[in-house]
Write a protein that binds this ligand. Structure first.
Ligand code: XMP
Length: 514
């Protein structure tokens, strides 16, 4: 096992971002539950510890705590936000609850420029704050390294013991020099090297998959999206012929998609592929269902039963591969902590029957979308698969608001094909939207076409920019492009007489409408 940075997850929404930044800095890391014991970490070649933020207050009784032996282990520790406050509590500092919590941007002023944590940071830079408690008196051996107007101890450190804390979030993009600060901790404080690459991830994943699977057979859920493609290819690298991929056409795919999935995976990538036409089965179960959560749960259940049936035909299948990504995990439930609010049941995480007969292999569970694309390139996947935009597991079901019928599927499919065609062919979009699609709303409105009155469907167009799907902004598409999309949809898609453009960011909205 390489020297590893362990990130204790106290349930902050962005804990995994710390892992991602650490990987970007070329250092191997793993996210572990906050209550992991020092003795179990000690066996795993730990090089440094990072304590994540979290939604709780350390001042409340029963707040999540860490094994104190971690702080006295002699390893360098960086506490972030809640993590810093915990470190403060354990080292004799004094904390108070603020009258008004501090959220959002603040200017960080470096007070101890000679501290290795802030080496080469600008004397003043923007940081992102999100805290309700504050350290007002430091523990013995600690110095205040930086401050903001509202927070005297925005960064603290004990040089002798290599314990450091920051009240702000260095992992988020709104902290201008956050990556630099994290790099200072990893390289200068912990003495780690920038030598971890995606290739190392592949080697490790292959080893782990082989060890986990042994000589058993594995089945993989191929959806056509980049995640399952990369997951399947990675697993095929590890265990070759022991893997069978099952592609379920649930009838909720985009135009032409089912055919292109089969062509790419069977004919180009030569994976063992079984294609199942389950359209009628899914549409039958979904008939009359309007509630988004029920749709997701029905689709999730049906998926698993189809897999179980297919797997039953192949002797000795014990495992199911899924291309679950970190944002899917975090938004369905906080992974290793007890905190967190459920937003949607992602079909590849939630909604699974209690008694599933498969064990799961989720080799992408720690990764963000753009990391998965890199991994796909490292594995040699063709660019058109690697660049494919994200598509939700429940497919067009969550882009048809209300009842799902063949007719309504045709409408959303045709509109979606136009949105994709126009945006794919638009030159020089900066940045190119991350995801773009059409949504069929249940709204009908009056229009006039030729000389006649129409009373027809409203289609919404959504195009977003994003880094990882966890937050998103609506894409500022040129008006001429929007005009082409709107004109073509109204002219070419039967039953649509009005097009709206969704100008909501995430949060407060989500990317998909359901
Ligand atoms: P939301 O709508 O939750 O979407 O803001 C965030 C990203 O996740 C995709 N998405 C899904 N992906 N299974 C998936 O694999 C799902 O059930 C699912 N639902 C949403 C969505 O397209 C966006 O990229």
């Amino acid at each position: 096992m390489p020297p590893t940075v362990f990130i204790l997850d106290f349930g902050a929404q962005y804990s995994q971002l710390i892992a991602r930044r650490t990987r970007e800095l070329g250092v191997y890391c793993e996210l572990v539950p906050f209550d992991v014991t020092w003795s179990s970490l000690a066996e795993r070649n730990p090089a440094a510890i990072i304590l994540s933020g979290g939604p709780e207050s350390t001042l409340v009784s029963g707040a999540p705590d860490l094994d104190p032996a971690i702080l006295t282990s002699g390893l360098p520790v960086l506490g972030i936000c809640y993590g810093m406050q915990l470190m403060a509590r354990h080292t004799g500092a004094e904390l108070v609850k603020l009258d008004h919590a501090e959220y959002g941007p603040a200017m960080l002023h470096v007070d101890r420029a000679d501290s290795p944590l802030v080496a080469e940071l600008s004397p003043e830079s923007r940081v992102w704050m999100s805290h309700g408690d504050s350290v007002v008196k430091l523990g013995a051996g600690f110095e205040a390294i930086a401050s903001t107007a509202r927070c005297n101890v925005a960064a603290m450190g004990n040089r002798e013991k290599n314990l450091y804390g920051v009240q702000f979030h260095p992992e988020v993009v709104h902290t201008d020099e956050g990556t630099k600060l994290l790099g200072n901790f990893l390289y200068h404080v912990a003495g780690l090297k920038n030598d971890w690459k995606m290739e190392s991830y592949v080697d490790r994943a292959i080893e782990e998959i082989r060890a986990q699977v042994g000589s058993d057979r594995v089945i993989c859920a191929l959806s056509g999206g980049v995640d399952s493609a990369v997951a399947a290819t990675l697993v095929a690298r590890a265990i070759g012929e022991q893997l069978t991929c099952v592609f379920v056409d649930h009838g909720l795919l985009r135009k032409g998609e089912a055919e292109s999935v089969v062509a790419a995976f069977r004919d180009v990538l030569h994976l063992n592929l079984i294609a199942v036409d389950a359209k009628e089965r899914f549409l039958g179960k979904l008939a009359g269902v309007e509630d988004p959560e029920r749709k997701r749960i029905i689709i999730g259940h049906e998926f698993i039963s189809v897999f179980e049936e297919e797997a039953a035909k192949i002797p000795g299948v014990k495992y199911l591969v899924q291309g679950t990504l970190y944002p899917d995990v975090i938004e369905s439930k906080t992974p290793q902590s007890k905190a967190g609010h459920k937003i949607k049941s992602h079909h590849n995480v939630g909604g699974l029957p209690e008694k599933m007969n498969f064990k799961l292999i989720e080799p992408l569970r720690a990764l963000f979308k753009d990391e998965v694309r890199n991994l796909g390139r490292v594995l040699g996947l063709p660019e058109h698969i690697v660049q494919r935009q994200p598509f939700p597991g429940p497919g067009l079901a969550v882009r048809i608001i209300g009842d799902i019928t063949e007719d309504r599927l045709d409408i959303v499919r045709d509109a979606d094909a136009i949105v994709r065609d126009e945006i794919d062919n638009a030159k020089g979009l900066q940045p190119h939207p991350w995801q773009y699609f059409a949504v069929l709303t249940p709204v009908r409105s009056v229009g006039v076409m030729g000389d006649g009155r129409t009373y027809a469907n409203l289609v919404a167009v959504r195009a977003i920019t994003s880094e990882d799907g966890m937050t998103a902004d609506w894409a500022r598409l040129p008006h001429e492009l929007l005009e082409r999309i709107s004109t073509r949809i109204v002219n070419e898609v039967r039953g649509v007489n009005r097009v709206a453009y969704d100008i909501t960011s995430k949060p407060p909205a989500t990317v998909e409408w359901e």
